[in-house]
Write a protein that binds this ligand. Structure first.
Ligand code: ADE
Length: 272
């Protein structure tokens, strides 16, 4: 009788083998001036497990390794003057060309920059269907415009604020993309995912103890009535979405009953 761990290992091996055959193993290459920043986020939790199971390969490249001068210069003053430094084109072109030598010419090359299109669940889904991604972490005042024009195929911003560099943005993108890859999340986790994709925020969750500092878990969750629990959760999700992100509800597919519920909540809110 095999031990549980052995069964799991067998399962992972089969999964990895099937993934390779079906070309499901995603490869992500990241170009950064600070590769060490990626060590911790990629060696913990779900991303680590996905790497260990062979569902994704992540390579972090130091842009400085693609320079040829003694000082490994990656940036220079902007033509025309002005403050700050600009990332030189040559190391970035050479790095991407070297990666493309291994993975082929068709991978999206994405620059992380506050000037990019806004990252969201749909963009994560779109990227998760690619076999390869190349992510470039911008720095300083920006990158030489020729990188944008002739190397990069997409530009992504993770929000309307400016970070010190693209590394944290790349980590966010990798995290959101990798969790969508087949086999990375359990089916339970994946169905929670669906809720957001369907245009709702999550319903409230509770765990033991039943009463904590006099705050009780809603009795319906202890009733054992699965149908009623499901209904309550759906109502809570709708209510929460209406309160916090009414814009999301535009995408949601609602039953007749749920539509009425939305109208009731709205009417109640308007009266208050
Ligand atoms: N680099 C700096 N700020 C950024 C942002 N908001 N998104 C992506 N990359 C960035």
């Amino acid at each position: 009788m095999p031990e549980k761990g052995e069964i799991q290992n067998e399962k992972f091996k089969i999964l990895h083998f099937a993934s390779c055959i079906l070309n499901l193993v995603m490869r992500i290459d990241i170009l950064s001036l600070f590769p060490k920043m990626f060590e911790s986020p990629f060696s913990e939790s779900i991303i680590k497990r996905a790497i260990d199971r062979g569902l994704v390969s992540i390579f972090v490249h130091n842009i400085r390794n693609f320079t040829h001068d003694k000082h490994h210069t990656v940036d220079d003053y902007p033509y025309g003057g002005g403050s700050g430094m600009v990332l030189k084109p040559a190391p970035l072109f050479e790095a991407v060309e070297s990666i493309k030598g291994e993975i082929g010419d068709t991978a999206p090359v994405i620059l992380l920059t506050p000037q990019g299109r806004l990252f969201c669940h749909q963009v994560a889904q779109e990227l998760s269907s690619q076999p390869n991604l190349v992510l470039i972490c911008g720095h300083y005042e920006g990158v030489d415009e020729r990188v944008r024009e002739h190397l990069v195929t997409d530009e992504i911003s993770i929000g309307e604020y400016v970070l010190t560099g693209g590394e944290l943005a790349a980590m966010v993108v990798v995290d959101a993309v990798v969790r969508l890859l087949p086999g990375v999340l359990s089916s339970e986790q994946a169905s929670q995912e669906d809720s957001y994709a369907q245009g709702f925020l999550e319903y409230p969750q509770y765990t033991r103890p039943q009463v904590y500092r006099e705050w009780e878990v809603p009795p319906i969750l202890l009733s054992g009535n699965h149908q009623e629990v499901a209904r309550w959760r759906r109502e809570q999700a709708i209510q929460r979405t209406l309160e916090r992100r009414p814009d999301l509800l535009g995408k949601a597919v609602l039953s007749e009953e749920e539509r009425k519920l939305v109208d009731r909540i709205k009417a109640k809110r308007d009266r208050a």
